[in-house]
Design a protein around this ligand. Structure first.
Ligand code: MBD
Ligand code: FE
Length: 250
């Protein structure tokens, strides 16, 4: 731990000092930054959001550089334990009100040797058709828009739900304001989150994005990875996203 800190923190301080010198940061600007960070930390969820927005994708890239399975991606702030268990195939509870497009997400989970893996617990969660998250934002109980699947004996899973929409990070908070001051917007493209785990395998956190949609090329979290941008295919009149997984060993 101390060795790690010696290496990393000395580098980090040096990197920040280089930026300060390059841009001739004044003491007033340093004080402003400290005040901004303090305010961020004193606002519930805001420091977490800021760090996830700017740096979580980098830890995903570190993981992906070491692994040979499918690409990991950021978790974001809205995973909840204890989503409804629906077996290998089922429906996510959705609210039928308003505009919503029914979709199917299905796929197969294999190990690095190409062998299907049964009994993988696969959490799936995503926004409502209004761009909010259940159990987090007002008015949607947590058993909606989330489910825990378990792959069948051939590693398959299949879930019916509604299509999520782009998500806007609160633009009146310190993360949204910082993004704006950087000339960037606070939107994420529509996405579906996944977390796969089974003893003996690495826990795998990822997302999928939809081919050709808004903000896929300008995600405020810069988290879109080509491999995770998936086209809809039509199967029996249904709009289907096929997301397969290859999981690395623990
Ligand atoms: C989200 O839904 C999300 O996925 C991330 C990474 C950040 C904020 C909201
Ligand atoms: Fe999200």
């Amino acid at each position: 731990m101390i060795e790690r800190s010696k290496t990393v923190m000395n580098d980090l301080v040096a990197a920040i000092r280089n930026v300060m010198l390059k841009h001739e940061i004044t003491n007033e600007e340093l004080r402003f930054a400290v005040k901004y960070l303090k305010e961020t930390a004193n606002t519930e969820f805001e420091l977490e959001l800021m760090m996830e927005n700017f740096f979580e994708i980098t830890t995903a890239h570190v993981t992906n550089n070491k692994n040979s399975g499918s690409a990991s991606n950021i978790a974001g702030p809205f995973f909840l334990e204890d989503a409804p268990d629906i077996g290998s195939e089922g429906e996510i509870k959705t609210l039928e009100e308003g505009e919503h497009l029914p979709i199917v997400i299905r796929g197969q989970i294999k190990d690095l040797a190409g062998k299907p893996i049964s009994g993988v617990k696969l959490d799936v969660w995503h926004s409502t058709p209004r761009g909010t998250y259940s159990g987090v934002h007002e008015g949607i109980p947590s058993e909606y828009y989330r489910a825990k699947l378990t792959t069948d004996e051939m590693g398959y899973y299949k879930v019916r739900t509604t299509k999520p929409v782009p998500y806007q990070i609160p633009d009146n908070g310190n993360t949204g304001r910082l993004l704006k001051s950087m000339g960037r917007h606070a939107w994420r493209p529509a996405h579906v989150h996944f977390k796969a785990h089974k003893p003996g395998l690495q826990e795998h956190i990822t997302q999928v994005y939809f081919n050709g949609e808004d903000y896929v090329d300008s995600d405020c979290c810069e988290a879109v990875i080509d491999e995770l941008v998936i086209p809809f295919v039509e199967e029996n009149g249904e709009q289907v996203i096929i997301k397969n997984f290859v999981l690395d060993a623990a």
